[in-house]
Design a protein around this ligand. Structure first.
Ligand code: FES
Length: 185
């Protein structure tokens, strides 16, 4: 879908402060296309989409990027920060090539979620929240992923849901990811 030039121009005109102005023009154009999906006066509804764009382009959503998005959308920075911190999918700092989110909410906890997290810590040689030295894996616990019947579950790179994660299945998955990466190198 091509950008509506008038919307892009309007968006650029409202992006007056140094925060939003510091964002690349191509990113501002993508923001404008998201804003255009909502009625006039409701551009704040595009906040999740704008944060997703920032992450796609920069790998994570920095505090500076949050402020820029807030300025662009006319929102208080704290309101944008609340969105970034509420959803697992937004990375607040750089992450590895593979982000592994292990659910440790109660249903998963009762079916081995904590063990799955511990097992990955040992296999990868890191602690919850850390990234391996080679930059391949980031391990994080997370809130309910909405797949409790498949507990314990893990989400890879915010997209691929892995169900019934036994130690063996976790080993297999990590090994497969490493092998695939090595073959591409
Ligand atoms: S508690 Fe783990 S997916 Fe719901």
């Amino acid at each position: 879908m091509s950008a509506n030039p008038s919307v892009v121009a309007t968006a650029a005109a409202t992006a007056s402060g140094p925060g939003a102005a510091a964002l690349p023009p191509a990113m501002l154009e993508r923001f404008a296309r998201e804003v255009a999906k909502y009625p006039a006066g409701q551009k704040q509804s595009a906040v999740m989409a704008c944060l997703a764009i920032v992450q796609q382009e920069q790998g994570h959503v920095s505090a500076a990027a949050e402020r820029a998005v807030a300025e662009y959308l006319g929102m208080p920075p704290i309101a944008v920060h609340e969105v970034t911190t509420f959803y697992n999918m937004y990375n607040q700092q750089p992450v590895g090539r593979y982000k592994l989110n292990v659910c440790t909410n109660l249903p998963c906890l009762l079916r081995g979620g904590a063990q799955a997290l511990r097992h990955l810590e040992e296999k990868l040689g890191l602690k919850d929240g850390e990234t391996t030295a080679d930059g391949w894996f980031t391990l994080q616990h997370c809130e309910c992923l909405g797949a409790c019947a498949d507990a314990p579950v893990m989400l890879v790179n915010d997209r691929n849901m892995c169900s019934f994660m036994s130690d063996d299945r976790l080993d297999q998955l990590v090994d497969d990811l490493r092998n695939a990466q090595e073959q591409q190198a």
